[in-house]
Design a protein around this ligand. Structure first.
Ligand code: DAT
Ligand code: MG
Length: 126
């Protein structure tokens, strides 16, 4: 998912290109604005974290681009292209390393397991 900060900054094409250039296949794409109910489903695993309220506020602050990508080792390959969670620590050449500086505004979300991918795709695409 391309988060509101990246959509607002006009980085949608750049981010999609990075996954395509690597060899991933775009299966589905949808622009939507996440409301608080959807945000709480998406981020249920983080509900106890101190940054949860900020995360929900941010993710519902503007439109996002939800996507389904397929390909060889898609989850790990896509997360490698995204870079470390905190953009300050993300390597140059990664999306977060090249475009971010603040952990909340870290441009992209990527499912971290087949189970979370199935759950998150259901939320976005039914
Ligand atoms: P990732 O997005 O790399 O899978 P995560 O699942 O641990 O990272 O966290 C989800 C999001 O929560 C992350 O993209 C940004 C935010 N976040 C994580 N750790 C944070 C922290 N220490 N302070 C503020 N926001 C944080
Ligand atoms: Mg995560």
């Amino acid at each position: 998912m391309i988060k509101p900060d990246a959509v607002e900054r006009g980085l949608v094409g750049e981010i999609i290109s990075r996954f395509e250039d690597k060899g991933m296949n775009l299966e589905k794409i949808r622009k939507l604005t996440i409301d608080e109910g959807l945000a709480s489903r998406l981020y249920a695993e983080h509900v106890e974290m101190p940054f949860y309220a900020e995360l929900v506020q941010f993710i519902s602050s503007g439109p996002v681009i939800a996507m389904e990508w397929s390909g060889e080792s898609a989850i790990s390959v896509c997360r490698t292209l995204m870079g470390a969670t905190d953009p300050k620590e993300a390597a140059p050449g990664t999306i977060r390393g090249d475009y971010g500086i603040v952990v909340t505004n870290n441009l992209v979300h990527g499912s971290d397991s087949p189970e979370s991918a199935a759950r998150e795709l259901e939320i976005f695409f039914g």
